[in-house]
Write a new protein. Structure first.
Lengths: 301, 527
């Protein structure tokens, strides 16, 4: 190790900025987690972390006792699960289809069109959604009214709201999700496809027996990340679109923390809720990684 | 070898710069980072000639004046020059985002010791820990401020220990009228409605006359404060049950009838679906711009500040306020006492509280100063009018002002810290045609007439939110339940037959603790 450090110190030096970033902005602030176990006024500043009264697990108990505990947890998992169920395979399917396209310009055009929504700010996207679905001036409801039906308030009716969220998420991320798959597919030797074609395999059979197994490790790693991210259901998107009419189906842990923490100035309570979420997310990530390894696939570590 | 080392060093430097640039955004879902580094040591007193900067959070409603990005910099500099000449102060505005994000930003600024924030507007009971008591400052430097507000208003901004926590911003008022389109009433041959039944008849007629009609725009505040009292004895007020305990408004007899009426209107398409759950008045004003709206039941400035933009496109659109609509149980409007806790607060970290109070007192000292801070340069952006005949029955001493709109002048009033009835009722604003603006007329007399509505049972009580939460920690959940379920009953997601079940759910959510908290505080203050 010492020898390696001496010989390749420039390469180790490249690690330093990244390590410093994580230490300063992710590990040092972890000390602030202690306010989850205290009653800290947000206006006491840093001193409040030390002078606040210890309350032990009272904030955690308060969250558990909340009438909305199961609701926000359920919404978080449901919305994330729906996004995972639809967005994850959609990107894979699009990548597989793009891989079959022979015309380079057509492939590039589709890729560009599918990537572009990803670069739009979430504020712009939600503005588009609000205008598209408006009951007074939106084209969707104009179409509905032209068929003789009444306007539907998609953003204020619980039965439609999650569909709007998931659809917008799929539209915005489907192109971006294909990048890693396409990069992995580009590494598959073309001779394998030629040999399969000679043996009489159809395009679908080639996808099933060559393409998918070759990119299986990418799929598994991305799936592990997605499962680890299961408790992040899209805070900004939901915050900008939801309203009291649809809280029951859209209020997630992050929006609950936002209201109770940042708006209602309950920083200690919000920290406790967020800590619960972080612990659950870590458990999910570790579990998914372990499961992947047990199934013979490559894990993250 | 040297080239290799140079390449590696270059790569390391590039990565450092890139990571430093990316380091500004923390992961949104990480546990909250502790506040920034400790407060700087107090600075040495500045020499008298140095201009005092007042960092003001502009959440007094100015960003709803047609320029959400703030004033034109050149125009703002002109007005700031007047402040500098008069008092050697300069206002540095902090423009908030719209909606709930404004509160979020304010809370973050107040929680971050490194951030400069001197003065802001808020409910003092929520921000008492961050606000500076003003007793001494007002006594020494704020005689005009003290004189301007009645003692009842000062009582509302004073805590249990006698500390005056802020300068009152709102008296007890009647700000929730129903505005009707008078041009549509004329077209439909209907008189101005006076009762709930006549109101409903107008909504029905408007809906029938135009397939794209939006008969009514309203939100939760408008429903509660502008309509609930028509069906209940106490309106949108905490009330005392038979045992003397305070109970929330929804539990009183008759509230269910109000909700049932609105659910019926919703099912008939009278109520606009998009803005029912909205708190941002600009969203309601946007719907007003469609020119399809027949009536609004919301905070008065939804129309008084939103209608001029509509009239610039179509001058035929006219709206008039009905403040004293009646229903089965009498007056429909509940007088607004809750917002009387709203005040102009000085942050404990304010750089120069003396200069800030002197600046505010300067605005209260002379109407001209208030108007300069609010509207801009006299003679250029506004001027007194001496011989207008169009406005009759003015209170003695009322001045007439002619002014361009905020959007036209480019100055939206970031310097004003003296908004409130005491000064705003001293003048009537005339528009470009020389007619009194609706907003000004409403402020001049209508809004202060509390005889048009029902006064809440606990109108004189300031509930300290921190004290309530000490007894009832999950107050936020309870309030959410009330908002959510009201909307569900109105939009039909939940049938009215479930109302009794809802009362049981309120109990399960902590109704008893809520009642204990509010009753305790009520009794303590009512002594």
């Amino acid at each position: 190790m010492a020898r390696a450090l001496r010989l390749h110190w420039f390469i180790y030096l490249l690690l330093v900025p990244g390590l410093l970033y994580f230490i300063v902005f992710h590990y040092v602030p972890m000390f602030g987690v202690v306010i989850a176990f205290k009653d800290v006024s947000p206006f006491d500043g840093v001193a409040g972390i030390f002078t606040g009264d210890w309350v032990g697990l009272a904030n955690f108990q308060r969250f558990y006792n909340s009438v909305y505990f199961w609701n926000v947890l359920g919404n978080t998992i449901s919305i994330s699960g729906m996004k995972l169920l639809f967005a994850f395979p959609s990107s894979l399917a699009l990548a597989l289809m793009l891989n079959e396209v022979r015309s380079a310009w057509f492939k590039r055009t589709i890729q560009t069109i599918s990537y572009m929504p990803y670069f739009l700010s979430i504020v712009v996207v939600t503005g588009l959604i609000v205008n598209l679905l408006s009951t007074t001036s939106g084209p969707v409801n104009a179409l509905i009214r032209s068929t003789g039906n009444q306007s539907i308030s998609f953003l204020t009716l619980p039965e439609y709201f999650r569909t709007v969220l998931v659809s917008a998420h799929v539209w915005q991320t489907i192109g971006w999700g294909t990048i890693l798959y396409l990069a992995a597919m580009a590494n598959i030797p073309p001779e394998w496809y030629e040999a399969a074609a000679i043996d009489g395999a159809s395009r679908l059979q080639q996808i099933r027996h060559i393409t998918l197994p070759s990119i299986a490790f990418v799929i598994v790693i991305l799936l592990i990340f997605a499962i680890g991210n299961l408790l992040n259901a899209g805070f900004e998107q939901i915050l900008l679109l939801y309203s009291p009419s649809v809280y029951r189906v859209s209020d997630i842990i992050d929006t609950y923390v936002y209201r109770e923490g940042l708006i209602a100035l309950q920083y200690s309570f919000a920290s406790a809720v967020n800590l619960v979420k972080s612990v659950l997310a870590a458990v999910l990530l570790l579990g998914a990684n372990l499961l992947a390894k047990r199934m013979g696939q490559v894990g993250i570590w | 070898m040297l080239i290799k080392q140079v390449r590696y060093a270059g790569a390391a430097l590039t990565m450092t710069i890139v990571l430093a640039g990316c380091a500004a955004n923390a992961a949104p879902n990480a546990a909250p980072a502790p506040p920034a580094a400790a407060t700087k040591a107090p600075e040495a007193p500045k020499p008298a000639t140095e201009t005092v900067k007042i960092y003001s959070y502009i959440n007094g409603g100015q960003v709803g004046r047609g320029r959400p990005e703030g004033s034109d910099p050149a125009r703002f500099a002109e007005v700031n020059a007047i402040f500098k000449k008069a008092l050697n102060v300069e206002v540095v505005p902090i423009i908030p985002p719209g909606g709930a994000a404004a509160t979020e930003k304010l809370n973050l600024l107040l929680s971050s010791p490194g951030e400069k924030l001197d003065v802001f507007q808020a409910d003092w009971t929520q921000y008492a820990d961050a606000a500076l008591p003003l007793n001494d400052l007002l006594q020494k430097f704020g005689p005009n401020i003290v004189k301007a507000w009645p003692k009842e208003s000062w009582a509302r901004v004073t805590d249990a220990k006698g500390n005056i926590m802020g300068i009152p911003r709102q008296a007890i008022l009647a700000p929730y009228p129903v505005f009707f389109r008078t041009d549509l009433l004329k077209k439909l041959n209907l008189a101005m409605p006076k009762t709930v039944d006549e109101f409903e008849a107008f909504l029905k007629a408007h809906k029938a006359s135009d397939p794209e009609a939006i008969p009514l725009i309203t939100n939760l505040a408008g429903i509660r404060m502008g309509f609930a009292a028509a069906f209940t004895e106490f309106g949108q007020s905490n009330w005392k049950d038979a045992s003397g305990k305070l109970m929330p408004a929804e539990t009183q007899p008759g509230y269910k009838d109000m909700v049932a009426k609105l659910a019926d209107w919703y099912s008939k398409g009278y109520i606009n679906k998009d803005v029912l759950g909205e708190t941002d008045l600009n969203k309601l004003r946007n719907v007003l711009k469609t020119q399809k709206v027949g009536a609004t039941m919301a905070w008065y400035s939804t129309v008084t500040l939103g209608l001029p933009a509509v009239q610039q496109v179509n001058a035929d659109v006219q709206m008039a306020a009905l403040t004293a609509m009646t229903g089965p149980k009498g007056k429909a409007q509940t007088i607004d006492a809750v917002n009387a806790n709203t005040a102009v607060l000085l942050s404990k970290r304010a750089g120069n509280p003396e200069a800030i109070i002197k600046f505010i007192d300067w605005q209260y000292a002379d109407l001209k100063n208030h108007l300069t801070a609010d509207r801009g340069v006299e003679g250029k952006d506004w001027s007194f009018v001496t011989n207008a005949e169009v406005v009759k029955d003015l209170a003695p001493g009322t001045k007439l002002i002619k002014a361009a709109t905020y959007a036209e002048t480019g100055y939206i009033g970031e310097g004003v810290l003296s908004l409130g009835i005491p000064l705003e009722k001293q003048y009537i604003l005339l528009d470009a045609q020389g007619m009194a603006t609706q907003h000004s007329k409403y402020l001049n007399g209508t809004i202060s007439d509390i005889s048009v509505g029902k006064l809440p049972v606990d109108a004189s009580i300031s509930y300290d939110g921190r004290a309530v939460r000490k007894i009832f920690a999950n107050l936020g959940d309870f309030d959410r339940l009330r908002d959510e379920e009201l909307i569900k009953f109105i939009n039909g997601s939940r049938p009215i037959s479930d109302w009794d079940k809802y009362m049981t759910e309120l109990k399960a959510a902590g109704l008893d603790l809520w009642s204990e908290a509010y009753t305790t505080l009520f009794k303590a203050q009512a002594k």
